[in-house]
Every structure is written in C-alpha cells, then in structure tokens.
Design a protein around this ligand. Structure first.
Ligand code: AMP
Length: 494
C-alpha cells in the first residue's frame, strides 16, 4: 500500500485525480482499495463485464486520469484507445512476460512497486472527500455513477463489523476466519467486506477469475470460512463436478444481490454451510440488512430455519429502514402490508455523479428510495417480494415474481427460473415463468403447474398465481453482475 502510494505519486497522480482499476479479484485490487483513496485520489472500480462502449462511457464520465489494467483487457482498451483521454496505463499481469501493446504503458505493477520506498507519509484531509466511485447498470438508460466518501466507507466497515462481529454463533465474522470474496471487487467494493476483513486482520484469499472448480479447491486448500456471493454463483458451485470432493461444513456465506431461493438454502444447510441473506444495493455501500438467527432460532429444524435465512433480514445498527405506502407513510410491521423500502444510514451515496435529476428522485422526501417492494414483520425481519418495476399486477392484485420463482425452484426438475409479467387482455397482466430444466430430470408444464397449485392450496401463493404460463428455455439472460436480466426478458416476451 505504501509502495503503491509512492508509485502513483511518482506518476504525477495528485489529490482530486481519479485512478481506475480493471482487474479480477486480486491482492493488487485490495492494495488499490487503500492506497488510491489514501493519497486523496478517487478509486474508480471499472465493471469489466460491461461492453467496450459502456466502459468508455464510464471512464469519460468519471474523468479518469490513469488506468491500472490487467493484461487480459488490453485488446478491449486498444479498441477504444483513440477516444480515451488518459495520461497512461499500468499493466497488471499474472505472467512474467508482458504482451506487446500500442497503449501508453508506464510499466508493470509489481516491477514498478518493487522500486518504491516502503513507507509513505499519507496526508490528512477532510473525511468527506470522495474516495471511490463506480457505475450501476441494469436499470434503464446509461450507467449511473455512485460515489462514497472516506467517512462513509469507515462507518460502513464499522457498522458491518459490529453486526457480524457481535453475532454469538451463527452468521459471525471474527478473527479466526479466513475470508474469500466471490462477488467482484469492481461492484460496491465487494460488498465492503475486504475493508472489514482487513480491519479484523484475517487471512484473505483473492480468487482471480471465478472458475467454479478452482473456487471449491481454494475453499478447501486455504480453509476458507467466510464468503459472500449472488445466487447464480452459488448455483454454479453446487453444480460443479468437484462439489462432492470438498467438505464445505462450517463455511459461512452471505447470499445477496438477489433473493436466496429456499431450495438453495436447504441444500446448503444439508452440506453444513451457514448460508444467510444480506441485502443492499450499489447506492447503499451496500449492506443494509442481514438475516442472522438468534440462538433460539438455531434450535429450529432446517425447514423452519431456512424460512428465516431467506428473508431479506433485519436492518443493521445505524440503518433506519421503513416500508412505506405511496404517500411515504410507514406500513404496519405485520408481515403482510407491502410497500417500498426507503432508508437512511450514514453510508448511503449522496446521489448520482453529475446527475442532479436522478439524485433528487433517489432521495425524494429525505429518504433513499430502493425501488424494492417488501413487507416487515413484528420482529423486524424484512422480506422483499419484488422490484417496483418487476411487480406483476393480475386483475388488480399484486403477484410477487420472486415468490413464484421460489416456488418453482423447489421442484427438483427446475434448474433456473425467471418470472416476468406479460400483457393479458382479460387480466391486464399475467405471470410468465421461463424455466431451464435439469436435463437429467425431465418435466412438463402440467407437472410444474400442479406443483405451484400445492402452494396456492396451502395459502402460500395468491390464487392469481394460477394464471402462470410456463415456457421452457435453454438459458436465462443475466446482467453483467450475474443477476437475471428481467428488462431484457420483458423486451423479448412482452
Ligand atoms: P445492485 O445495485 O446491482 O447491487 O442491485 C441492488 C438490487 O438487488 C436491490 O435493489 C434489490 O432489488 C436486489 N437485491 C439485493 N439483495 C437482495 C436480496 N437479499 N433479496 C432480494 N433482492 C436483493
């Protein structure tokens, strides 16, 4: 970190500049998480899964001065270099030899670092200085830049540590853990947990590109005990050929970014994994709530425990979270009344970078609008039932696409599922499920509808859910961060 600060300063990087990183999850990225903001510059974590034109847009919009790029991204950068206003590049490499490039390269990261002194006298400055920035996608329009200050990052780190570190048994993160993120470091600082892990002083394992077999090998070899990922990645791990060769007993995993399917949680519990939900978004640094269990809840059987673990969780300390109606009035904590989640906390983004209009919409009425629809129960457990834009309105009644997905997921033949609303003359809208079947376990639309009907009989699903239509598909389109891309699916099927 000290050597990196020296190297950047020697390159002419100064306070207020923006330094971008394009890398897989690595120790170098962790060094950048600290050194770049600590010299007073802004760290821009580039989403390496975006299309070249979108990457170019974010580099321009963030006003990047310098880019630290893994050699794998040289072809992409060469494609857009004529339109890039950048002072230079530093290459990050996993090999000894560097590829030829026409980019204006100042050198290789480790070589440059090795020449630097090992102590840097970091300057003192206002804690409200911008420290990081990155771009959200998935919603309509161009990517939007969010940003976080030093103060926000520190308070988020302390808030998360207080919640995870004080857990008596389940869902804890402590000094004996070994940490490995499986959410990309370009996306909301890998949920802020590298900062928490560094503060705890634990061993950290950075896995590079996500290759399921390799991830499982690392968990086994390095004795990883604490991770976090989106359901899509966990699905890949559970389907890996190596899954039965390693013991995952005692591994603690926060699942977030999308609802944790009950079937996935049950499979995890069977394997001895402590799996539970975390919730947040790019705009919120990100963590807002965690579905930790009290010691009494841990006495429950797996079925009852998984019902709690798949909830969106309880707000962390310092997070003020409400479920409100359209007039912004808080709804009762009855586990039924459904409205939008709005929040305040000391670590939420001040707005979108250079975008006054959307910033005002985000913060309308003094609370950050998440766009997530949920209910909250008497114990304070929140349960997201949909995104505002994904809600399906059947004959005037709301049907939760997430609940329908969860129900279909519980059928053994269903490998992946996405539910969207499609136009219907009689009902206005009706739910359409796109289902990827497990090739080993064939099924039919009739069988899946009967399965869903069981949940309606038990009162778990509204009767309107019966208007479900099922289409079998080979794959389901995902966004750049591995979430189901409902916008693209709606465009295809509506
Ligand atoms: P992003 O900004 O890309 O991280 O996406 C944030 C969005 O992901 C949230 O607004 C939610 O819609 C969704 N999300 C995140 N965590 C959860 C969760 N635990 N359950 C359901 N949806 C989630």
């Amino acid at each position: 970190m000290h050597q990196l600060a020296h190297m950047l300063s020697a390159m002419g990087i100064k306070r207020g500049d923006t330094v971008a990183v394009m890398d897989y999850d690595s120790h170098r990225y962790l060094e950048c998480y600290f050194a770049i903001p600590m010299i007073g510059a802004v760290l821009h974590t580039i989403n390496i899964r975006l299309a070249p034109e979108q990457i170019l847009y974010t580099i321009d919009h963030a006003e990047d001065n310098f880019i630290l790029a893994h050699t794998d991204f040289i072809p992409l950068l060469e494609q857009i270099k004529g339109r890039l206003d950048i002072e230079g590049f530093i290459l990050l490499s996993d090999d000894e030899t560097l590829p030829q490039t026409s980019l204006h390269v100042k050198g290789e990261y480790e070589n440059l670092l090795a020449q630097q002194p090992t102590f840097f006298d970091f300057p003192d400055f206002d804690e409200n200085t911008r420290a990081t920035t990155f771009y959200t996608t998935g919603t309509t329009g161009l990517p939007k830049g969010v940003y976080f200050t030093h103060r926000q990052l520190v308070l988020h780190t302390l808030g998360v540590l207080a919640t995870l570190g004080s857990a008596p048994k389940q869902g804890s993160f402590h000094q004996n853990d070994v940490y490995m993120p499986i959410t990309p470091m370009f996306h909301v600082h890998a949920w802020g947990l590298p900062y928490v892990a560094t503060m705890l002083g634990v061993k950290q394992v950075y896995p590079g590109r996500y290759i399921p077999d390799l991830l499982l090998e690392l968990i086994d070899k390095e004795h990883v005990t604490f991770s976090h990922c989106v359901p899509t990645i966990m699905h890949m791990l559970f389907n890996s050929s190596k899954i039965n060769e390693v013991s995952l007993r005692g591994w603690k995993v926060i699942i977030g970014g999308a609802a944790l399917p009950k079937a996935m949680c049950q499979e995890a519990l069977k394997r001895g994994i402590d799996m539970f939900t975390g919730y947040g978004m790019s705009e919120t640094c990100p963590i807002l709530s965690l579905a930790q269990l009290t010691p009494a809840m841990l006495e429950l059987d797996d079925e009852a425990q998984s019902e709690i673990r798949i909830k969106t969780g309880r707000a962390m300390g310092l997070v003020e979270m409400h479920v409100v109606d359209e007039q912004m009035q808080p709804l009762p904590h009855d586990g039924k009344s459904t409205g939008e989640i709005v929040v305040r906390a000391p670590w939420l983004t001040g707005g979108y970078f250079k975008d006054q209009k959307n910033s005002e919409l985000l913060w309308a009425g003094g609370y950050l609008h998440t766009g997530d629809v949920a209910h909250i129960d008497a114990k304070g457990y929140v349960k997201i039932t949909d995104r505002v834009k994904d809600i399906i309105k059947v004959g005037g009644e709301w049907v939760s696409s997430l609940e329908l997905e969860d129900i279909l997921h519980q059928h053994a033949s269903v490998k992946e599922v996405a539910v969207i609303g499609i136009g219907d003359e009689k009902w206005g809208e009706r739910p359409l499920a796109l289902v990827v079947l497990d090739p080993q376990k064939p099924s039919s639309e009739k069988e899946l509808l009967l399965h869903a009907k069981e949940f309606i009989k038990k009162g778990i699903m509204a009767r309107e859910g019966m208007l479900l239509k099922i289409v079998f598909v080979p794959t389901i389109e995902k966004t750049s961060v591995g979430k189901i891309n409902k916008r693209a699916l709606r465009a295809l099927y509506m």
